[in-house]
Design a protein. Sequence first.
Length: 124
Amino acid sequence: MVELKRDNYEMSLLLDFYGDTLTEKQRHLFDCYYNQDLSLAEIAENENITRQGVRDAIVRSEASMEELEQSIGLIRKHKAMSESISRIRRATDELRVIARGLLQEREVAALADEIDAAAAAISE
């Protein structure tokens, strides 16, 4: 059977958001496979277990975390929030450009700075 890895970035996000729901062993095997880019055979050899055992643990971990994402949606919400923050920052940049030359340039720039600071606080 050909080993097909899923998107490492998406799997790393799952681990970041839902990894605490896995056992320490599942988390370790998942990390080795997706973050350290080890093959199933390499992990099996390092952990002294079968390749099939490693694969089963990773597949169960993926399913468990994907089920949580489907029901809770933390990653989906995080991505939406990040996109909103990016839009806010682009809008404040445009606001600063528009404000140049206006009589209330300082006031508009101060408001843009305040909005930017709020967006930065949310993204932390």
